[in-house]
Design a protein around this ligand. Structure first.
Ligand SMILES: C[S@@+](CC[C@H](N)C(=O)[O-])C[C@H]1O[C@@H](n2cnc3c(N)ncnc32)[C@H](O)[C@@H]1O
Length: 325
């Protein structure tokens, strides 16, 4: 059986002495009653307290846990994370900084998924692999001792995280570079920097970090967007007589850009990328045209609707612009 919170905290206390110190229950950041503070302030305070708990033990560890010390996610939150990502039998779940392996083990046991955990701590990795053997899950899950920044993650369909904000920030670029479009990411308590989540939720807990609550665990969810940035030649017979150039700038799942029509720049509106799906509007001379389509490498296409009529459109990315990250 995987450790429950109590057991996880015992391990943490054994591994990192500071867990028995007041850092565990920071007097500087007492938990306020949600009845006495606004929801946003309560959430900020909870997240700050979580950061204090996670970061407080950094220098007491005997190995360099740059993503934070071992503090297990409560099982109720593990369940909520996997439900939030709608994990199923076709998924391959990677937990970065996998601790005692509970997220990957639960994904396999309850959702019939496969998966892998990476952790810097050899004892936690050995414990997780032993638990996988014990539960008869070793053919579907494995745990590897590796720094999360070096971990091979391309095979993931779901990535889970409970790491400090600095590491979340460091992992952002790796995720955009290495994960397939459509990969879901769920993080416990700490979001990325400028990559805003697609969805958020929270879980109320009577107890966390071995101390009575009320506590909230905040969950953040992202879908890795396809890379759409660049200059595209768009053809839409019936809508334009000749292909038009469309310049797209991408900030994660948000698309901006422009084309030219009648000698004027026409800005793009409502541009979004959801996995390999794209949607945007252009206010062209006949009226607003809504484009919906799918991206496949250097090509995309779909349907454009204008004035109640539907047109097929296709686009090819210009090779030079395709190099833009
Ligand atoms: C807060 S615990 C989360 C454990 C587990 N994911 C969970 O949610 O229950 C963070 C884990 O990340 C590991 N860790 C910290 N820095 C790491 C790094 N640079 N590479 C790999 N693992 C790391 C720690 O050893 C610890 O087990």
């Amino acid at each position: 059986m995987v450790c429950d919170d109590e057991c996880g905290m015992m391990n943490a206390k054994r591994k990192i002495g500071i867990y028995t110190s007041p850092v565990m229950l920071p007097e500087a950041a007492p938990m306020p009653s949600p009845a006495r503070v606004s929801g946003a302030r309560f959430m900020r305070t909870v997240v700050s307290a979580a950061a204090i708990v996670l970061s407080g033990a950094l220098y007491a560890a005997d190995i360099e846990r740059t993503g934070g010390p071992y503090v297990p996610t409560p099982q109720a939150v593990v369940d909520a994370m996997l439900d939030f990502a709608k994990v199923g039998p076709k998924d391959f779940v990677i937990d970065l900084g996998s601790g005692d392996g509970r997220i990957v083990l639960t994904a396999a046991q309850r959702h019939s998924a496969r998966g892998r955990g990476f952790d810097i701590d050899p004892e936690l990795v050995a414990q997780s692999n032993a638990e996988a053997q014990k539960r008869g899950l070793a053919d579907r899950v494995s745990f590897v001792q590796q720094d999360v920044l070096q971990a091979p993650i391309e095979s993931a369909t779901v990535v889970t995280l409970y790491l400090l904000p600095g590491m979340m920030q460091n992992l952002q670029a790796k995720f955009i570079r290495e994960l397939k479009p459509g990969t879901r990411i769920v993080a416990h308590d700490f979001p990325f920097g400028d990559w805003k989540p697609d969805r958020e939720t929270s879980v109320d807990l009577p107890e966390k970090y071995g101390s009575p609550g009320p506590w909230k665990s905040n969950l953040f969810y992202w879908v890795v967007p396809a890379r759409v940035q660049g200059v595209w030649q768009v053809s839409a017979p019936g809508l334009f007589n000749v292909p038009v150039a469309l310049a797209l700038q991408q900030q994660y799942q948000v698309l901006d850009g422009s084309t030219r029509a009648g000698g004027k720049a026409v800005p793009l509106a409502g541009g979004k990328v959801d996995a390999d799906r794209v949607v945007f509007k252009l206010a062209l001379p006949p009226g607003t045209v809504e484009f919906k389509g799918a991206i496949d490498g250097e090509r995309m296409g779909g349907e454009a609707t204008a004035g109640g009529r539907t047109f097929r459109w296709t686009a090819v990315r210009s090779p030079v612009a395709a190099q833009v990250p």
